[in-house]
Ligand binder design. Structure first.
Ligand code: A2P
Length: 318
């Protein structure tokens, strides 16, 4: 049964966004079209995309077909995308954005994020050598942020924000104009982002959590990584609520007032994850999860620190 109950979050300017969205990182072309169509039919109204996911053409076809089929209108949908690291220089931001809009077959994005506080030379997808990078002196984030603000002023994006950044960078960007409206970061019970959450509450910034299920689908899954979906606390609560572990993790994120982006290309799991909107966790349940004990960041940024990189992985998320 499709249940269209949504939970909305209010942004600083009073606009609202659907708290539960579909993640599309690692959703392969050939799979993601159907995933988006199924999600829209299930009731999702928030789809999270990025230039670097290399699947936006197919996501765009799913949007166009869903609009044509009358499943929903453009105004019903919240679409986020992200500027890739190779387009941070001020003259590169707009053409990169226009390409994203072309791929997604949209006139505007609801939310546009700087994907990482890391810059690459134009055309670099994955930086493997020191010369693939630009330093933050060569490509200051403040300049990129000013170009993002210009896109917003011109209506290419209704809201702008950042990803993979913390209070230090957010303050820096505020000095270059406006405070980001949204910050998207890895967030789950092993990485609850407590300090950032306090900062965000103070500045009316919405936090959106990626990898809410502990990112079990990564090809480079590390040895010895804790498996969030089978944590005993999560399993215990799943049993108590007659819910699945994924639903408990999504409900935890929603109860904390964050937006959350579980990725799936599997129709059953897409529906299952959406049904987490019906799971009500008590204060006691939340406290049990908050006291889970394990601390873990699944995406530790080491992929941006090959030998000779100007970026130190321990200073990415500040
Ligand atoms: P699939 O796309 O085959 O459903 P995260 O959002 O933390 O990155 O997790 C995404 C990974 O978790 C994907 O590998 C996805 O696989 C899987 N996944 C998505 N939903 C569920 C679910 N309800 N239960 C178990 N695994 C899930």
């Amino acid at each position: 049964m499709t249940d269209n109950k949504q939970k909305m979050l209010t942004l600083r300017n009073g606009d609202t966004l659907p708290a539960l969205g579909l993640g599309t990182w690692l959703s392969r072309p050939g799979e993601v079209y159907q995933a988006v169509r199924v999600a829209l039919e299930a009731g999702y109204r928030h789809i999270d995309c990025a230039a670097i996911y290399h699947n936006q053409d197919e996501v765009g076809r799913a949007f166009a077909d869903a609009f044509r089929a009358g499943d929903l209108t453009r105004e019903d949908l919240w679409v986020t995308s992200k500027l890739w690291n190779d387009s941070h220089l001020k003259d590169d931001v707009r053409p990169a954005t226009q390409e994203i809009l072309r791929q997604l077959q949209l006139d505007y994005l609801d939310l546009y994020l700087i994907h990482w506080p890391i810059a690459f030379r134009k055309g670099v997808t994955t930086a493997r050598n020191p010369e693939d990078f630009l330093t933050l002196q060569e490509a200051p984030l403040e300049d990129t942020w000013q170009a993002m603000q210009a896109l917003k002023a011109d209506g290419l994006a209704t809201h702008i924000g950042v990803s993979n950044m913390g209070p230090v960078r957010l303050r820096l960007l505020q000095k270059a104009g406006e405070m980001p409206a949204v910050v998207q970061v890895e967030c789950h019970p092993y990485l609850p982002q407590t300090a950032l959450r306090d900062f965000a509450a103070e500045h009316q910034i919405i936090i959106t959590g990626y990898s809410p299920l502990g990112s079990p689908g990564r090809h480079n899954l590390g040895e010895g990584e804790p498996h969030l979906l089978s944590d005993p606390v999560i399993l215990g609560l799943a049993e108590a609520h007659d819910a699945t572990p994924a639903q408990i993790l999504i409900a935890w994120a929603l109860t904390r007032g964050t937006a959350v982006l579980p990725k799936s290309v599997n129709p059953g799991r897409i529906h299952e994850n959406f049904a987490a909107l019906q799971v009500n966790l008590s204060g006691e349940d939340m406290a049990r999860i908050d006291n889970i004990g394990t601390q873990w960041r699944y995406l530790d940024g080491s992929f941006f620190s090959p030998p000779g990189s100007p970026y130190d992985k321990d200073e990415i998320y500040i």
